[in-house]
Design a protein around this ligand. Structure first.
Ligand code: CP
Ligand code: NVA
Length: 310
């Protein structure tokens, strides 16, 4: 076992290739244990502090349930509870909270906030989504990919949509796992250059292939996975209307799915806006694994908490 005790997971790039694989394998093991009725209170006496600047269904419930099922406790601190950066500085919050709890998760607007929490915290900090990355989502999604295909190398994983936080984490994880990642976005909304370049650098070690394109059909062709996310992320609500027009050609619908392999799966981190980035027919269709993905958030978040606290 690779020791990860004390490690913060602010970015997918904080994880070595071995650590990422270990988290995926532990997630599957913890899932099996839960299904077979084996419950181990490995987090007995441990407390998780959860900071939320934005809303959440999956991430909050996954972290909270993870602690309950493993015998620990979670404390929810919503936007009105601690008023991060307004009532108190990020540094002071990190120092105080980490003097009491064993692990912290934070869902924030600015990525720097979660970086600062990790910098000043004396316990591990897990990024529960920032404007730059969504690492817990993608560890869980890679669990789903492993369950569906059994391997990663060479899987064509195409993300069609905004080059956003989810896309960033996909590119980095795909590079580490040796996948063929294609990110198709409208002009001006592509994957950030620094993420693309870092992914290419990682790919040299893993023989991954990372591509960016403006052509959704190129991305969809012969894909094993077609993934999309909302066109306007939390915090971009004022751009939502304008983005609808720009992103319309990037909708994942049955025509796009028909270009992928017959065995392809459709993925979405959720929440989804049906009729925008994905049609209802695809989102709730036979190739969709969106609810398995959502469930795997629980198992993968458990794995992350267990590894960084023990
Ligand atoms: N996918 C995801 O992070 O969902 P929530 O925003 O509901 O947590
Ligand atoms: N890109 C989306 C993901 C939501 C889970 C957002 O940041 O709102």
């Amino acid at each position: 076992m690779i020791l990860m005790k004390g490690k913060s997971i602010v970015s997918i790039d904080d994880l070595t290739i071995e650590e990422l694989n270990q988290l995926i394998d532990t997630s599957i093991r913890l899932k099996d244990e839960l299904y077979s009725g084996e419950r181990r209170d490995v987090l007995s006496g441990k407390t998780l502090g959860m900071i939320f600047e934005k809303p959440s269904l999956r991430t909050r419930v996954a972290f909270e349930t993870a602690m309950t099922q493993l015998g620990g406790h979670a404390i929810y601190l919503g936007p009105d509870d601690i008023k991060l950066g307004k009532r108190e500085t990020t540094e002071d919050i990190a120092r105080v909270l980490s003097s009491m709890v064993d692990v912290i998760m934070a869902r924030v607007f600015a990525h720097k906030t979660v970086e600062d929490l990790a910098k000043y915290s004396r316990v591990p900090v897990i990024n529960g989504l920032s404007d730059f990355e969504h690492p817990t989502q993608i560890v869980g999604d890679m669990v789903t990919v492993k369950e569906k295909f059994g391997y990663f190398k060479g899987i064509k994983f195409s993300f069609i949509g905004d080059g956003n936080n989810v896309a960033n984490s996909i590119a980095l994880a795909g590079a580490k796992l040796g996948m063929h990642v294609v990110i198709a976005s409208p002009k001006g909304y592509e994957l950030q250059k620094k993420v693309f370049e870092r992914s290419l650098e990682i790919s040299k070690l893993t023989q991954a292939k990372i591509e960016i394109t403006n052509d959704p059909e190129y991305a969809a062709k012969d894909a094993d996975v077609i993934y999309t996310d909302v066109w306007a992320s939390m915090g971009q609500e004022s751009e939502a209307e304008a983005r609808k027009k720009i992103f319309a050609p990037y909708q994942v619908n049955s025509r796009i799915m028909s270009l992928a392999k017959k065995t392809a799966i459709f993925m979405h981190c959720l929440p989804a806006h049906y009729g925008e980035e994905v049609t209802e027919e695809v989102g709730h269709g036979p190739q969709s694994v969106i609810f398995e993905e959502a469930e795997n958030r629980l198992h993968s978040i458990k794995a992350m908490i267990v590894h960084v606290t023990r």
